[in-house]
Design a protein around this ligand. Structure first.
Ligand code: GUN
Ligand code: ZN
Length: 471
């Protein structure tokens, strides 16, 4: 891309003036700014792991981050034809990254009274059946994408249903906004209702066609998606491994060790394997682009395999509490150098909001006698998520050359937030209060690929493409 050449030659601020004179469209966004360069919970805590400016500026040209720093440095160097959008005391952060979510479960979020296996049979499978109808899939994918953007989530790793048309619908909706989205068709050939089953052969062929159609198109990427070990035969898991071997840049996305009954069932179904993760490992489904949702009840050996294979985990606090699944061991993941991102896991997760998800993560850590700071939370929701999806060269922070997905946060959206914010000693306390009290009301604007795609001010009108403004 042109920008990388420019940046290789020119100092950042000179570049700004140059690009603003050319045909390119440059805008500067002024406000408080926070982003991360690395995990702020790494010991010793290094200030260099994050950047916070009380009065900062983010400069974007044609959907790419051109510069970020204190506004005072920009002020005298910016060409007069660069428009400055002043967000005042609002907080600009990279867009949130949801590393595990099911879009077809949007319509049955918050279903009462069951743990995982009963919940799947009672609520989930009947809801997913409806996605055979492309019109239904299209309707719910639009609702889903709108809901992500309303919550400041600009990228997600998403489960479809067994129907390939469910994935077509989702990618079409996401691509209207140029979102960086990863998704896949569920592979599931046993232990589910007949109406939702594919076969090893059809799941292979349909996944292959979807990969050819969508993987690498614009900002979209594909994930081979066996639902979880109990619903795939060994033949189907072999087919999933074959797809990964044929397309090394696609992802693998599944569930692992979420519920104790589920783990016992896997042992019964795969007696030859030493445990749940060993099933996936033996079919070559582990690796740096493999994301395992939950991973709550891993043994020491399984942690070693996660680490050795560089597989990653989606930590889904609201879901883990809602289904009574257990407490995720984030500290053990860190000790084993296993990458972790945050997942909402809607519809077992009870919120699309990353604030509410981090709030529950904090409580899960409290119950285990551990700390979870706001810096760690917002790191996991942004750069940590990007790293766990191997997308940190493209998204997750405001390094020059990254794709400009960002959000504008109003930390004082409610009366109590305003009072509590003003009653905070410093910005770290304000960030913690935001993490604990925040929800969708705090998202003031969402930008994807340098364009505003959601604005709270206009939220009473039908949101969507109407809210697109020129770069
Ligand atoms: N395990 C297998 N399928 C699912 C699902 O849809 N949601 C959750 N939370 N766990 C699963
Ligand atoms: Zn899930």
């Amino acid at each position: 891309m042109a920008f990388s050449l420019k940046h290789a030659i020119l100092p950042a601020l000179v570049t700004l003036v140059v690009s603003s004179n050319a045909m390119a469209s440059t805008k500067a966004y002024r406000g408080k700014i926070l982003d991360f360069l690395d995990d702020p919970s790494a010991k010793p805590v290094l200030e260099e792991n994050y950047r916070y400016y009380e009065d900062g500026a983010l400069v974007v040209t044609d959907g790419i981050v051109e510069w970020m720093g204190p506004y005072s440095e920009l002020q005298n160097n910016i060409s007069s034809n660069v428009r400055v959008i002043n967000y005042g005391d609002k907080l600009i952060m990279p867009g949130f990254i949801d590393t595990h979510i099911h879009y077809p479960q949007t319509e049955m979020i918050g279903a009462y009274g069951e743990q995982l296996l009963q919940w799947l049979n009672t609520y989930t499978f009947p809801a997913e059946r409806q996605f055979e109808d492309p019109a239904h899939a299209s309707k719910w994918s639009e609702i889903f994408v709108d809901e992500l953007l309303r919550n400041g989530t600009t990228s997600a790793l998403v489960f479809g249903t067994v129907h390939p048309q469910s994935v077509d619908a989702l990618f079409e909706s996401a691509n209207k906004y140029s979102m960086r989205m990863i998704a896949g068709k569920v592979m599931m050939d046993r232990n589910a209702p007949d109406y939702l089953l594919d076969t090893p052969e059809t799941s292979y062929q349909e996944s292959k066609q979807l990969i050819e159609k969508w993987h690498g198109k614009d900002r979209l990427l594909y994930a081979v998606t066996p639902r979880f070990a109990p619903t795939s035969s060994p033949e189907q898991l072999t087919a999933a491994g074959k797809l990964l071997a044929e397309y090394p840049s696609v992802y693998m996305h599944t569930h692992l060790s979420e519920n104790k009954g589920e783990i016992e069932w896997v042992k019964f179904l795969f007696p030859e394997n030493s445990g749940y993760l060993d099933v996936y490992d033996s079919f070559n489904l582990t690796g740096p682009r493999s994301i395992f949702a939950h991973s709550i009840h891993l043994s020491d050996d399984e942690w070693s395999v996660m680490s050795e294979t560089q597989s990653t985990i989606a930590f889904c606090p609201t879901s883990n509490l809602f289904l009574g699944s257990g407490l995720f061991k984030l500290d053990t993941a860190k000790e084993n150098n296993v990458r972790v991102g945050m997942g909402t896991d809607v519809g077992a997760g009870t919120s699309f909001s990353m604030f509410e998800t981090l709030n529950e993560a904090y409580k899960i850590m409290q119950l285990q006698g551990s700390k979870f700071s706001a810096l760690e939370g917002f790191y996991l929701a942004t750069l940590g998520g990007a790293k766990s999806l191997s997308l940190d060269d493209k998204i997750g922070n405001f390094e020059v050359g990254k794709e400009a997905d960002f959000i504008v946060i109003d930390a004082k959206a409610t009366n109590i937030q305003k009072l509590r914010n003003e009653n905070s000693k410093n910005y770290l306390e304000q960030l913690f209060v935001l993490m604990m009290l925040g929800d969708d009301r705090n998202i003031y604007a969402t930008y994807v690929d340098g364009r505003r795609v959601y604005s709270r001010k206009h939220a009473n009108f039908k949101q969507g493409l109407k809210n697109f403004v020129n770069r």
